[in-house]
Design a protein around this ligand. Sequence first.
Ligand code: ADP
Ligand code: MG
Length: 538
Amino acid sequence: MTDKPIVLFPEDVQRLMGKDAQRNNILAAKMVADIVKTTLGPKGMDKMLVSPTNDIIVTNDGVTILEEMQIEHPAAKMMVDIAKTQESEVGDGTTTAVMIAGRLLENAEKLLDKKIHPTVITKGYRLAAEKSQEILKEIAVRLNTEDIDVLRQIAITAMTGKGAEDAKEKFADIVVKAIKQIQTNGKIDLNDIKIEKSKGDGIEDTELIAGIVIDKEKVSVDMPCIIENAKIALIDFPLEIKNPEIDTKISISTPSQLQGFIDQEERSIKELVEKVAMSGATVIFCQKGIDDFAQYLLAKKRIYACRRVAKSDIEKLAKASGGKIVSNINELSSLELGNAMTVEEVKHGEDTMTYVRGCKNPKALTILIHGGTGHVIDEIERAIKDGLGDVASALKSGAIVPGGGAIEIELARRLREYSQGLSGREQLAVEEFASALEYIPVTLAENAGMDPIDVLTELKARHDSGERNAGLNLFTNRIEDVLLAKIIEPLKIKTQAITSASEVAIMILRIDDVIASSGGKSSNRGGMRGMPSGMEEY
Ligand code: ADP
Ligand code: MG
């Protein structure tokens, strides 16, 4: 044996072990939950995020905040992933999910302090998470999918507090109408709803349009403003002379050679336009460019054309009009054309857009959001997306739960009952799980300037006496039957939030060793890579 120390890792590898690793991860997760905490609920505040390029986002939306913050700490990143999963699975409830996870970890820390081993805590949490799913299914309320009023209320609950206040009745109508229209045999694909934004007018002018709205104007003022019974060509090749891929030099020595060359170019453009016209198309949506001469020729033929249309828009147009996207001029014939009743150029304030109405597929829909500034419009878009997600999710599962913290309190109560049958230490873990859920109504109250302890005490007492729908109504600031007050959310928000929150909490609790390599980069700013500075001393 020698005294020489054994070196396992390169020098720049940072390592945290045991208790240090655990505490560091828990602290980071808690910090993430604390960030979004103040935005929870209808009285939650907004955050202003400024990007390195000085773009500003003002939002109340959990996942947007976390995604924009460019978080680096590895455990904190796992928390951000909870929000992302929630967003893709349900479309709402991101703040809730992150907060539950943060609180599960914070409560676990208390148990760690009592010298309870992490594996006992994770076992208790797992039991509690499974039991929660069971209880939630049992206490969820069946949704009458034909009841438009309930669906509107689900949309309103999703949108309150998100800058949509003044027009939320109208937005709820739009959301429910849109979803009802795209629903086929119980299936809902939210991609069928296009969201387009237009600056100018107020948010209350936001409208649902039966058709596709494209944020493009016709390429030439000489083209007709409206085409009836449109035959639509969707092309992804340019209507211009291709720039040669390699540098080419053409030597021209006489004026007639130059003229010949120009004539040649014009002839090819003419031929292209002629071929498009031959197909019978009266409207062209082109993914690439259309040059001046082609514009002139198309206008002369009374064809309406838009250039540089986004690929996603072309795809939506294909689905809506029944047309095919054509990438070679020789493949374009009347068979590839789509149909729409009208294609029209419409001006809104500063924006000029193209409306494609009366499509072959009646499911083609656009929600056109109006608003005074880009920031307002973007936040309204997020609110409407939450509304769409919640209504779609409620219709899919056919189950709803009371909001305003009612479901969390009832769940916590039943989990505590269940914990009575468990062994001592696991029982403690299940109880901590229950109290993590109570953090939701507590925060709803706190964000509304109410006394969180009073609210929690009263909520618990009312649930103990059998009022399972007692929740915090933040329209009236009173505790009452929130199901009657129609503060309702889809069941899936809660089941998904609990699943992902507990999975991540358990995963973080099981880590007792963090080995971070800087990969040869010197991105190390004095601390462990990815750890907020100052945390390495924790
Ligand atoms: P999340 O990102 O989790 O969806 P929100 O900021 O949208 O966060 O807040 C959702 C919470 O607000 C839910 O718990 C919901 O029940 C609650 N909530 C919504 N409307 C009301 C209301 N009128 N009164 C009380 N609570 C409400
Ligand atoms: Mg929400």
